[in-house]
Design a protein around this ligand. Sequence first.
Ligand code: AMP
Length: 286
Amino acid sequence: MIIFKTRQSLHQYLEFCRSNQRTIGFVPTMGALHQGHLELIKTAAARCQVVVCSIFINPTQFNDPADFQKYPKTIEADIRLLEASNTTVLFLPEVEELYPSGTSELEHYDLGYLETVLEGSFRPGHFQGVAQVMRRLLQAVNADFLFMGQKDYQQCMVVNRLLQLTNSHTALLTCPTVREADGLAMSSRNKRLNAQERQNATAISRSLTYLRQHLKPGKLDSLKAEAQRQLLAHGFKVDYVEFANSDTLELINEWNGTMPLVALIAAFQNEVRLIDNMLMHAEKAI
Ligand code: AMP
């Protein structure tokens, strides 16, 4: 695995790969790597000859400064995991490399409705930050395929919109959420949970499964209220429990029995905010 810290050196190497007709797959991360990230890399390697992974904790997507400060950092362990995976290149830029003019007064993207609901409304500015860093990373890597996790459902939709807005040739492939044996969606933020919080955290995936098992056409309020109750009983402070059209993310309060739905949850276990989602029909395959 080769490690590049500058856009220029990365670009030069990838141009060489491209001139040899090698397909480039890209897996952007914020590090503190886990099996969810490694599955993205495995999927990328099955499809592409060159796999680029980036580790960059993007300051512009954190609406909460404490969350940014406390974001887990395990770079030595990350590099060891990547060395043992099929990663060809690790891109490891400093903040100044991606934001040479600083991180204030950056460009704005028209993300439309997606920025007004769920994560968009609970984390103001978050998706602008995601779009700003993804634009820079995508320009640096210029990948054929981009691999991202369904775990961050709305983020995948935002990135798809960014790809359209910027007329990018990169194709986004969304990969299924990787879970712990007890159902908890893997996340770098899980490293911040203490033993009790970690145990409580399984209530999120159990509530999503409950929603999937009990979903019926008609009003969805009482079903959502029951899921909220389950989360509260496990010490969660709930930001939202919602059903949405899985293609558009339009919130749905009454189901016609045919519209494809995704259920989404965001909730705090003390200081740690966790998100998860589940398709109410078959899981999406890439
Ligand atoms: P992060 O490092 O949390 O920004 O995540 C980097 C990429 O890994 C994003 O595309 C995430 O959606 C994806 N990812 C994170 N957790 C999981 C998971 N449990 N299963 C699948 N993909 C994941």
